[in-house]
Design a binder for this molecule. Structure first.
Ligand SMILES: O=c1ccn([C@@H]2O[C@H](COP(=O)(O)O)[C@@H](O)[C@H]2O)c(=O)[nH]1
Length: 236
């Protein structure tokens, strides 16, 4: 599977089917709140049955017991990757892993624990927002590294961060610790609501393990050609 995860930010299964029809190869697809809240687990099962791999981006953030129960059920869907907010703390992150392990175990031989990654600071968050609204002083990178270390200590497999922090995270947490980086834009694209953006070329240079690309692919004239062009950069 590739290193470019396509964000399926649609509101109906028809749009998903129509979009994926244009791809003649299995892709790594991300299902987030918009699609999941509209279509539920059925759309996850359907996209998996088409041969695609799924990052289920629901960003759990609740008390440890609730996150554990939620993750136990998500593990039974057959997705490859799920996530939590690191701000939920180490107990919550450990509970997430326990839930995933229990869910995968209940699936028997067919159940492999999904990878679990922690959202550090959203790529739509700037230094000013972090300082003034969240009340966290300092640079975004310092906060992101602190969360990444906490996620690693809690047993997570990696983090969601921006490309700008990927290299420092690998230095602090090791090359095996995954960096999954949204906020990707092609040269000339609008940043939209994203603040910490980067091109696929820069993501490759900084060692992002996976990039997450939504609108630059879904809004392009030829999504499958744009995907192939981006994936070629990541594989290069
Ligand atoms: O910090 C984060 C975490 C998740 N996302 C998600 O990635 C995609 C990005 O979409 P674009 O259209 O490429 O901006 C979207 O589904 C977000 O929910 C993120 O952007 N930043």
């Amino acid at each position: 599977m590739g290193r470019t995860i396509i964000a399926l930010d649609f509101s109906s299964v028809e749009e998903v089917r129509d979009f994926l029809k244009g791809f003649n190869e299995p892709v790594y697809a991300k299902i987030g709140m918009e699609l999941f809240y509209a279509c539920g687990a059925d759309v996850v099962r359907e996209v998996i049955s088409m041969g695609h791999e799924i990052f289920l981006d629901l960003k759990l953030h609740d008390i440890p017991n609730t996150v554990k129960g939620g993750m136990k059920n998500l593990a039974k869907l057959g997705v490859s990757m799920v996530n939590v907010h690191c701000a939920g703390g180490s107990k919550m992150m450990k509970a997430a892993i326990e839930g995933l392990e229990e869910g995968a175990e209940e699936m028997g031989a067919s159940g492999k624990r999904p990878l679990c990654i922690g959202v550090t600071q959203l790529t739509s968050t700037s230094k000013e927002m972090m300082n003034d609204e969240q009340g966290i002083p300092g640079d975004v990178q310092d906060c992101v590294i602190r969360f990444a270390k906490l996620a690693k200590e809690s047993g997570l497999d990696g983090v969601v961060c921006s490309v700008h922090e990927a290299k420092a995270i690998h230095e602090a947490c090791g090359d095996d610790f995954l960096t999954v980086t949204p906020g990707i834009r092609l040269a000339g694209d609008s940043a939209d609501d994203q603040k910490r953006i980067a091109t696929p070329e820069f993501a490759k240079e900084k060692g992002s393990d996976y990039i997450v690309v939504g609108r630059s692919i879904t809004g392009s004239d030829s999504p499958s050609e744009t995907y192939k062009m981006i994936e070629k950069i990541m594989q290069g």
